[in-house]
Design a protein around this ligand. Sequence first.
Ligand code: NDP
Length: 285
Amino acid sequence: TDKTALTLIGLGPMGQAMVTRFLAAGHPTTVWNRTPARADGLVAQGATRAATAAEAVAANRLIILSLTDYAAMYDVLDGADLAGRVVVNLSSDTPDTTLKAAAWLAERGAELLVGGVMVPAPLVGEESAYVFYSGPREVFDRHAETLAVIGRPDYMGADHTLAQLLYQAQLDVFLTSLAAMLHAIALVTSAGVTAERYAPYLTDVLSSLSMYVDETSQHVDSDRHPGDLANVTMMGATAAHIVGASETAGLDTALPRAVQALYDRATEAGHGKDSWTALINVIRG
Ligand code: NDP
């Protein structure tokens, strides 16, 4: 079967990994990047180099963007003839910026599919790769097979903001956990225990987190926090102990204090005997 020809703009590590995959899967691929040299290796692999962004947009109906943010999209697409184009924007940004982009593209006769790539560049197109999408269902269906080349396409809904929201939710867990990991390492190394000695225990606590997902989801969706196991009072006391241990070690306490503050406010709101999942009520504000 004929493979859909496409244009990919934005050749950072992500864009380059995607072009390599599309070429390997047999999709004729036109590329453009603000810094032209970043296209050289891809041209050697068989990609077609466009001289300008407008030329890249003119080459194909399917336009994939892999840029730093949505502001870069306006810089790149301003002046291009977008009529009849499907723009798949795989750049990170806030959900509201995706709504503005959808309107801006619609004014120019183009449709937007918002995407959020959930793996680092080296894993693009691998078994574990998946990408959130949102936007018109029919546009997604038309291109799902092509998009599957870079990772399993997971459609979240017609509302353009959804893919971006899910992407940021995943990075919320990721960035907060990475910072917590470093904070814990700072704590143990302050007493001379090396990060390497601590590593297996760190692995243990990180992998145990996934055990809490089902119960947490059930508590939140049912709005019931039975408090039979770990309640807010007990967990809040521990949160204070982590702050104390960090202070003694002379560490920055912003992160554990933020956690402690959630428990304090949950206690003040009368959730002391509820499960720690009742924190959702103070997080929701
Ligand atoms: P880079 O920052 O390396 O690349 C960004 C691209 O955007 C470059 O091609 C750059 O061009 C271009 N760009 C930025 N600003 C402008 C502008 N004003 N005008 C024209 N071009 C511009 O990012 P990555 O490739 O790492 O990531 C791309 C997107 O994918 C980001 O939104 C990122 O959050 C997301 N992502 C990245 C992951 C990763 O592992 N790297 C993982 C998951 C998502 P130039 O080369 O000229 O600077």
